[in-house]
Design a protein around this ligand. Structure first.
Ligand code: FE2
Length: 250
Protein backbone atom coordinates (compact mmCIF):
# COMPACT_ATOMS: atom_id res chain seq x y z
CA UNK A 1 0.00 0.00 0.00
CA UNK A 2 1.36 3.47 -0.85
CA UNK A 3 1.86 6.08 1.87
CA UNK A 4 -0.91 8.15 0.33
CA UNK A 5 -3.35 5.24 0.43
CA UNK A 6 -2.48 4.61 4.06
CA UNK A 7 -3.23 8.25 4.92
CA UNK A 8 -6.55 8.07 3.09
CA UNK A 9 -7.37 4.88 4.92
CA UNK A 10 -6.81 6.58 8.23
CA UNK A 11 -9.51 9.08 7.40
CA UNK A 12 -11.88 6.14 7.77
CA UNK A 13 -14.46 4.60 5.55
CA UNK A 14 -18.06 5.34 6.52
CA UNK A 15 -20.25 2.32 5.85
CA UNK A 16 -24.03 2.68 6.10
CA UNK A 17 -26.58 -0.13 6.09
CA UNK A 18 -30.29 -0.83 6.30
CA UNK A 19 -32.56 -3.79 5.61
CA UNK A 20 -36.25 -4.73 5.92
CA UNK A 21 -37.42 -1.59 4.14
CA UNK A 22 -40.21 -3.65 2.56
CA UNK A 23 -40.85 -0.89 0.04
CA UNK A 24 -43.31 0.82 0.03
CA UNK A 25 -44.17 -0.10 3.65
CA UNK A 26 -41.25 1.62 5.42
CA UNK A 27 -40.18 3.97 2.64
CA UNK A 28 -41.15 7.11 4.59
CA UNK A 29 -39.16 5.88 7.59
CA UNK A 30 -36.24 5.08 5.27
CA UNK A 31 -36.27 8.61 3.84
CA UNK A 32 -36.45 10.19 7.28
CA UNK A 33 -33.61 7.96 8.55
CA UNK A 34 -31.48 8.80 5.49
CA UNK A 35 -31.94 12.51 6.20
CA UNK A 36 -30.21 11.94 9.57
CA UNK A 37 -27.46 9.63 8.25
CA UNK A 38 -24.73 12.07 7.20
CA UNK A 39 -22.32 11.20 4.41
CA UNK A 40 -21.49 7.55 3.72
CA UNK A 41 -18.87 6.07 1.39
CA UNK A 42 -20.61 2.74 0.86
CA UNK A 43 -24.23 1.70 1.41
CA UNK A 44 -25.27 -1.88 2.16
CA UNK A 45 -28.87 -3.04 1.71
CA UNK A 46 -29.51 -6.11 3.87
CA UNK A 47 -32.45 -7.74 2.05
CA UNK A 48 -36.26 -7.62 2.29
CA UNK A 49 -36.04 -4.45 0.25
CA UNK A 50 -39.55 -4.85 -1.16
CA UNK A 51 -42.86 -6.01 0.25
CA UNK A 52 -43.99 -9.50 -0.76
CA UNK A 53 -41.74 -9.84 -3.79
CA UNK A 54 -43.08 -6.77 -5.65
CA UNK A 55 -39.95 -5.97 -7.62
CA UNK A 56 -41.55 -2.80 -9.04
CA UNK A 57 -41.13 -1.29 -5.57
CA UNK A 58 -37.35 -1.42 -5.80
CA UNK A 59 -37.17 1.66 -8.06
CA UNK A 60 -38.78 4.05 -5.53
CA UNK A 61 -36.43 2.71 -2.83
CA UNK A 62 -33.36 3.34 -4.97
CA UNK A 63 -34.61 6.80 -6.01
CA UNK A 64 -35.00 7.69 -2.35
CA UNK A 65 -31.55 6.38 -1.50
CA UNK A 66 -29.93 8.25 -4.39
CA UNK A 67 -31.15 11.59 -3.04
CA UNK A 68 -28.92 11.05 0.00
CA UNK A 69 -26.11 8.79 -1.20
CA UNK A 70 -24.12 9.09 -4.42
CA UNK A 71 -21.64 6.25 -3.75
CA UNK A 72 -21.64 2.53 -4.36
CA UNK A 73 -24.64 0.46 -3.20
CA UNK A 74 -24.39 -3.29 -2.60
CA UNK A 75 -27.34 -5.50 -1.69
CA UNK A 76 -28.14 -9.04 -0.61
CA UNK A 77 -31.51 -10.71 -1.08
CA UNK A 78 -34.02 -11.33 1.69
CA UNK A 79 -36.85 -13.85 1.91
CA UNK A 80 -39.28 -11.26 0.51
CA UNK A 81 -37.30 -11.28 -2.74
CA UNK A 82 -38.52 -14.77 -3.52
CA UNK A 83 -35.83 -17.33 -4.20
CA UNK A 84 -37.61 -18.59 -7.33
CA UNK A 85 -37.72 -15.10 -8.91
CA UNK A 86 -34.28 -13.63 -8.31
CA UNK A 87 -33.72 -13.24 -12.06
CA UNK A 88 -36.28 -10.41 -12.15
CA UNK A 89 -34.20 -8.46 -9.65
CA UNK A 90 -30.89 -9.14 -11.33
CA UNK A 91 -32.34 -7.86 -14.62
CA UNK A 92 -33.16 -4.47 -13.06
CA UNK A 93 -29.43 -3.65 -13.16
CA UNK A 94 -29.31 -1.92 -9.76
CA UNK A 95 -28.44 -2.21 -7.00
CA UNK A 96 -25.38 -4.43 -7.32
CA UNK A 97 -26.51 -7.75 -5.85
CA UNK A 98 -23.97 -9.82 -3.99
CA UNK A 99 -25.47 -13.29 -3.88
CA UNK A 100 -23.39 -16.12 -2.44
CA UNK A 101 -20.23 -14.44 -3.64
CA UNK A 102 -17.58 -11.90 -2.63
CA UNK A 103 -16.76 -8.60 -4.31
CA UNK A 104 -13.78 -6.36 -3.67
CA UNK A 105 -14.16 -2.62 -4.24
CA UNK A 106 -11.66 0.19 -3.92
CA UNK A 107 -13.23 2.87 -1.73
CA UNK A 108 -11.26 5.87 -0.40
CA UNK A 109 -8.02 4.11 -1.22
CA UNK A 110 -8.94 0.96 0.71
CA UNK A 111 -9.65 -2.50 -0.68
CA UNK A 112 -13.03 -3.32 0.78
CA UNK A 113 -14.22 -6.91 0.47
CA UNK A 114 -17.91 -7.68 0.88
CA UNK A 115 -19.26 -11.23 1.10
CA UNK A 116 -23.01 -11.27 0.42
CA UNK A 117 -25.74 -13.87 0.82
CA UNK A 118 -29.31 -14.26 2.02
CA UNK A 119 -27.67 -16.24 4.81
CA UNK A 120 -28.72 -19.30 6.73
CA UNK A 121 -31.36 -20.42 9.21
CA UNK A 122 -30.91 -23.08 11.90
CA UNK A 123 -34.41 -24.29 11.06
CA UNK A 124 -36.31 -23.52 7.82
CA UNK A 125 -39.74 -21.97 8.42
CA UNK A 126 -42.80 -24.19 7.93
CA UNK A 127 -43.56 -22.41 4.64
CA UNK A 128 -39.99 -22.86 3.42
CA UNK A 129 -39.84 -26.55 4.28
CA UNK A 130 -43.15 -27.18 2.49
CA UNK A 131 -42.48 -25.00 -0.59
CA UNK A 132 -38.73 -24.99 -1.14
CA UNK A 133 -37.39 -28.52 -1.58
CA UNK A 134 -33.89 -28.99 -0.19
CA UNK A 135 -33.86 -25.64 1.62
CA UNK A 136 -32.37 -27.16 4.81
CA UNK A 137 -29.46 -28.45 2.77
CA UNK A 138 -29.03 -25.05 1.08
CA UNK A 139 -28.77 -23.41 4.51
CA UNK A 140 -26.13 -25.93 5.62
CA UNK A 141 -24.16 -25.40 2.42
CA UNK A 142 -24.30 -21.62 2.88
CA UNK A 143 -22.51 -21.90 6.23
CA UNK A 144 -19.65 -23.68 4.48
CA UNK A 145 -19.73 -21.26 1.56
CA UNK A 146 -19.56 -18.17 3.78
CA UNK A 147 -16.63 -19.73 5.63
CA UNK A 148 -14.79 -20.38 2.37
CA UNK A 149 -15.55 -16.96 0.87
CA UNK A 150 -14.20 -15.27 4.00
CA UNK A 151 -11.14 -17.50 4.06
CA UNK A 152 -10.31 -16.51 0.49
CA UNK A 153 -11.23 -12.83 0.78
CA UNK A 154 -8.14 -10.72 0.20
CA UNK A 155 -9.03 -7.20 1.35
CA UNK A 156 -8.00 -4.57 3.89
CA UNK A 157 -11.55 -4.22 5.21
CA UNK A 158 -13.67 -7.41 5.35
CA UNK A 159 -17.44 -7.15 5.60
CA UNK A 160 -20.24 -9.72 5.44
CA UNK A 161 -23.76 -8.75 4.34
CA UNK A 162 -26.59 -11.23 4.97
CA UNK A 163 -30.31 -10.94 5.49
CA UNK A 164 -30.47 -13.60 8.22
CA UNK A 165 -28.56 -13.24 11.46
CA UNK A 166 -25.25 -15.06 12.06
CA UNK A 167 -25.81 -15.14 15.84
CA UNK A 168 -28.75 -14.96 18.24
CA UNK A 169 -27.07 -12.11 20.15
CA UNK A 170 -28.61 -9.47 17.86
CA UNK A 171 -32.09 -10.98 17.60
CA UNK A 172 -32.86 -10.74 21.34
CA UNK A 173 -36.23 -9.08 21.74
CA UNK A 174 -37.80 -11.50 19.26
CA UNK A 175 -39.52 -14.55 20.82
CA UNK A 176 -36.76 -17.08 21.69
CA UNK A 177 -38.77 -19.91 20.04
CA UNK A 178 -38.44 -18.08 16.71
CA UNK A 179 -34.67 -17.44 16.87
CA UNK A 180 -33.76 -20.58 14.83
CA UNK A 181 -35.96 -19.17 12.04
CA UNK A 182 -34.23 -15.77 12.15
CA UNK A 183 -30.60 -16.84 12.00
CA UNK A 184 -28.07 -19.64 12.32
CA UNK A 185 -25.77 -19.83 15.30
CA UNK A 186 -23.37 -22.10 13.42
CA UNK A 187 -22.12 -18.93 11.78
CA UNK A 188 -20.70 -17.85 15.16
CA UNK A 189 -18.02 -20.49 14.52
CA UNK A 190 -17.30 -18.91 11.14
CA UNK A 191 -16.99 -15.51 12.82
CA UNK A 192 -14.64 -16.95 15.45
CA UNK A 193 -12.47 -18.50 12.73
CA UNK A 194 -12.44 -15.72 10.11
CA UNK A 195 -13.00 -12.57 12.19
CA UNK A 196 -14.34 -10.15 9.57
CA UNK A 197 -14.39 -6.49 10.63
CA UNK A 198 -18.16 -6.22 10.31
CA UNK A 199 -21.19 -8.49 9.75
CA UNK A 200 -24.40 -6.69 8.85
CA UNK A 201 -27.79 -8.45 8.87
CA UNK A 202 -31.49 -7.63 9.13
CA UNK A 203 -34.69 -9.79 9.39
CA UNK A 204 -35.10 -9.35 13.17
CA UNK A 205 -37.64 -6.49 13.15
CA UNK A 206 -38.44 -6.71 16.84
CA UNK A 207 -34.90 -7.08 18.17
CA UNK A 208 -33.92 -4.80 21.03
CA UNK A 209 -30.20 -5.71 21.08
CA UNK A 210 -28.87 -4.37 17.79
CA UNK A 211 -25.14 -4.80 18.10
CA UNK A 212 -22.76 -7.44 19.46
CA UNK A 213 -19.01 -7.88 19.41
CA UNK A 214 -17.69 -11.39 18.78
CA UNK A 215 -13.90 -11.30 19.07
CA UNK A 216 -12.91 -8.45 16.78
CA UNK A 217 -16.09 -8.73 14.67
CA UNK A 218 -18.95 -6.30 15.17
CA UNK A 219 -22.32 -7.83 14.28
CA UNK A 220 -24.94 -5.19 13.52
CA UNK A 221 -28.66 -5.75 13.08
CA UNK A 222 -29.53 -3.09 10.48
CA UNK A 223 -33.26 -3.88 10.36
CA UNK A 224 -34.92 -0.51 9.77
CA UNK A 225 -38.11 -1.25 11.75
CA UNK A 226 -35.97 -2.36 14.72
CA UNK A 227 -33.40 0.44 14.57
CA UNK A 228 -35.52 3.32 13.17
CA UNK A 229 -32.28 4.74 11.81
CA UNK A 230 -29.55 3.86 9.34
CA UNK A 231 -26.67 1.87 10.83
CA UNK A 232 -23.41 3.75 10.27
CA UNK A 233 -19.91 2.73 11.26
CA UNK A 234 -16.38 3.74 10.42
CA UNK A 235 -13.76 1.21 9.30
CA UNK A 236 -11.02 0.25 9.70
CA UNK A 237 -11.59 0.42 13.41
CA UNK A 238 -8.69 2.03 15.23
CA UNK A 239 -6.88 -0.19 17.65
CA UNK A 240 -6.69 0.99 21.25
CA UNK A 241 -3.16 2.29 20.73
CA UNK A 242 -3.90 4.04 17.42
CA UNK A 243 -6.79 5.89 18.94
CA UNK A 244 -4.44 7.64 21.39
CA UNK A 245 -1.66 8.51 18.94
CA UNK A 246 -1.70 11.75 16.93
CA UNK A 247 -1.86 11.18 13.12
CA UNK A 248 1.83 12.01 12.47
CA UNK A 249 3.32 9.31 14.69
CA UNK A 250 1.22 6.35 13.58
FE1 FE2 B 1 -36.84 -11.16 6.27
Amino acid sequence: MSGERKELGRLGLRIAAAGDIHSPKYLDLFEEALSRMGKADLFLLAGDLVYKNDHTQLAPLLETLRRFHGGEVLACFGNEEYLQERKKYLELGAPRWVEDQAVVLEVKGLRVGVVGSQGSLSRPTYWQSTHLPGIGRIYEERVKLLDRLLKELDAEVRVVLTHYAPTFATVKGERPESWPEIGNRKLEEVIARRQPDLWVHAHAHRASVLEATLGRTVVANASLPARKSIYVTELPRRSGLDAFLPQGVR
